[in-house]
Design a protein around this ligand. Structure first.
Ligand SMILES: C[S@@+](CC[C@H](N)C(=O)[O-])C[C@H]1O[C@@H](n2cnc3c(N)ncnc32)[C@H](O)[C@@H]1O
Length: 288
């Protein structure tokens, strides 16, 4: 079985399917507009330029939403936006979004088509003492080799009042339980694709790193997964398992076990004949 994250164009299509069939971005935007404004107001007050970094920013919708709120709180400051994202497809969408969005002339973006780990090396080569006011690591730590070391490195780049915003699958949600149950059968056992907020909180607590956490509730409609041969259902299975053409490539017993897990009343709720799967996330706002 082939890991979906290595196939950038398929990964993008599958991620868009998640956004279209769940409230993932909607609940992040609610969090950005309800909880973040006061916190962003306290970052970098009076500075002429605010330094923002997005790591694994994807097509930028969430990072830009945050930048817009930051600007509302600091209307005279320029924003220097360093973007780190390995997928060219995602970055092209991000650039298109910026070009179509009016009123962003206060933002200057620098594009780094590379992984979080490659950017660590790049940053060290730049030999700069520049500090970041805000670093976003949203739904991406699953794809790094050592999530704790990655958080520690990026946190070390923060300005003394800065914050790092990490969003991950919530430890207790059904999707986190699915990936922890089937990790060894789905992917090479070196990946961290079963990472959830629970693991990161254990890491932060062990290092006594201060943070605040917020639950972002989201459900994914998985009804079509139970209709054999249904194209949308098969794409949702690819999304949930992060395997390319899971239905075709998985051994039959694994496919059966995954479908059984998805339908189990502990894992999805049936509402008006639709099956809704809990894919809630948790936001961890980490201090410098
Ligand atoms: C689930 S998407 C999240 C995108 C965006 N942050 C959002 O929430 O809309 C995961 C992103 O992480 C990126 N990614 C994958 N491996 C990565 C790595 N090693 N370092 C940085 N980003 C990575 C993917 O290309 C993808 O854009």
């Amino acid at each position: 079985m082939q890991n979906l994250v290595n196939d950038h164009s398929r990964y993008l299509q599958t991620f868009e399917l998640l956004l279209a069939n769940s409230a993932e971005h909607q609940c992040m935007k609610e969090f950005i507009h309800s909880t973040l404004p006061d916190i962003l107001a306290s970052i970098g007050a009076g500075e002429p330029t605010l330094n923002v970094m997005g790591v694994g920013s994807g097509s930028g919708e969430i990072d830009l939403e945050i930048i817009k709120v930051l600007h509302e709180k600091h209307p005279t400051a320029k924003v220097d936006n360093e973007v780190v994202e390995p997928s060219k497809e995602m970055l092209n969408k991000y650039k298109t979004l910026i070009s179509k969005m009016p009123g962003l002339d206060y933002v200057t973006s620098r594009w780094n088509t590379m992984t979080a780990t490659a950017f660590e090396k790049e940053w060290k080569m730049r030999n700069t003492d520049k500090k970041m006011h805000l670093i976003n690591l949203i739904q991406m730590l699953y794809y790094v080799k050592d999530p704790g070391a990655t958080v520690s490195f990026y946190r070390s780049l923060l300005h003394k009042d800065g914050k790092a915003l990490v969003i991950l699958l919530a430890g207790e949600c059904s999707w986190a339980r699915l990936v922890s149950t089937f990790h060894d059968q789905l992917w090479d056992n070196k990946t961290n694709q079963d990472l959830s907020s629970k693991h990161l909180k254990i890491f932060l607590d062990s290092k006594k790193i201060p943070y605040r956490n917020y639950n972002l509730k989201s459900l994914l409609d998985i009804t079509e997964c139970f209709t054999p041969g249904n194209e949308k259902g098969e794409r949702i299975l690819d999304l949930l398992t992060e395997v390319v053409e899971f239905s075709k490539s998985a051994p039959p017993e694994l496919k059966e076990a995954v479908l059984e897990f998805l339908k189990h009343p502990d894992n999805s709720q049936e509402v008006n004949g639709r099956f809704l799967f809990d894919c809630s996330t948790e936001a961890l706002l980490i201090d410098a």
